[in-house]
Design a binder for this molecule. Structure first.
Ligand code: DQA
Length: 150
């Protein structure tokens, strides 16, 4: 039987992690974080798909393609978090649990980062924990799947 899938989505500029503002986002690359998340998911019997895009529409297409197929979505939407109501609507139309993830804590930063349009459609938001947040977000996603299973 195919293993259930967690979809990890990474928004704009996250491809630059490790190099981009390391004092805020750390020195690990996005691929380091994806590796950590994938290992955790696999240990718990799930597969992990990862998509990074700098384009809002690509992320929306990926969410549409996840409907009725993917067990849960973990999303770090980057700055789209703060204004992409299209992303909000796509996630509202998705049928599984959504976990919001950020390396930093946006609510402790500039005022324009304080609004998250992802938060209202997420079961949980993991913020300000750096790379460790990937493990926590995967665990929350998997627990939510198990809770709704059968
Ligand atoms: C971020 C926080 C956002 O405000 C920012 O635009 C990012 C990264 C984070 O992981 O801390 O690109 O999502």
């Amino acid at each position: 039987m195919a293993r259930p899938v967690i979809l990890l989505l990474s928004g704009p500029n996250l491809n630059l992690l490790g190099d981009r503002e390391p004092e805020i986002y750390g020195t690990e690359s996005l691929m380091d974080h994806v590796g950590t998340a994938r290992e955790r998911a696999q240990d718990k019997g799930f597969d992990l798909e990862h998509i990074q895009s700098n384009h809002e529409g690509d992320l929306i297409d990926a969410i549409h393609a996840a409907r009725k197929r993917v067990a849960s979505i973990v999303i770090n939407a980057g700055a789209l978090t703060h204004y992409s109501w299209s992303l909000h609507d796509a996630l509202s139309a998705y049928d599984g649990p959504v976990v919001e993830l950020h390396l930093s804590d946006p609510k402790k930063r500039e005022p324009w980062r304080h609004l998250s349009v992802i938060e209202p459609v997420a079961i949980s938001s993991v913020v300000g924990k750096g790379g460790a947040g990937y493990l926590e977000a995967i665990d929350i996603a998997i627990n939510a799947c198990s809770a709704t299973d059968g």
